[in-house]
Write a new protein. Sequence first.
Length: 248
Amino acid sequence: MPIPLLEYAPSTQNSRIQGYEVPGDEQPRVFSTDNLLSASQLDNLIEAAYRQIFFHAFASDREKFLESQLRNGQITVRDFIRGLCLSNTFTNSFYNLNSNYRFVTHCVQKVLGRDVYNDAEKIAWSIVIATKGRAGFVNALLNSDEYLENFGDNIVPFQRRRVLPSGASELPFNIQSPRYNEYYRGKFGFPKISYSVTKRSATPAPQKPKAGDPSLFADMAQSLGFLGNPPQSLTASSLDYLNLVPRR
């Protein structure tokens, strides 16, 4: 008999508060199949789903079969999100490289569009992973009342109420919770930060004098020698005062 989901007290978060918001650039764009009019709009919806779950999807990460089913109307957006969360890419990049607690944080942020309330919620969902497996945990999130009330079957999940009333905004979930934890970031060798302990002094480049600089003419002036009159040596005894006084 599986253990039921433990009760946890939800904390007051920005996503739980209803308020009037003026649409702007900071508001999340809602992608839904209810108002799709062209194939390009469906492409944008699929790309938004990849960004929400994978943050970035390379060509090898794309689920072509799920995309084809969504384009043909065989599955809903909620089923497409379920397939991405159970895909090999999400398994290898998030589930296999993180603990259950951190995996719960990733899934709650990406699927429910909010941050985890507290450690009690992490423990409660981690028990679901241990008893029902990863697929049971993902299904429990997608079948929860919180998901159905906010996104339903046709809306791509997004970070709810990111903009605060004061004008500030919360960090995106991909920045708050990187894909790898500290252990695997150190194991994979990134980020690599190198500090130089040797003090290097910059040697200024020699500056050549420009045209018109007096230093260019110093050597030429010294080569000419002294061309003026020699100084006169005069003393008081050598002066003839009688002849120098003009006649009146």
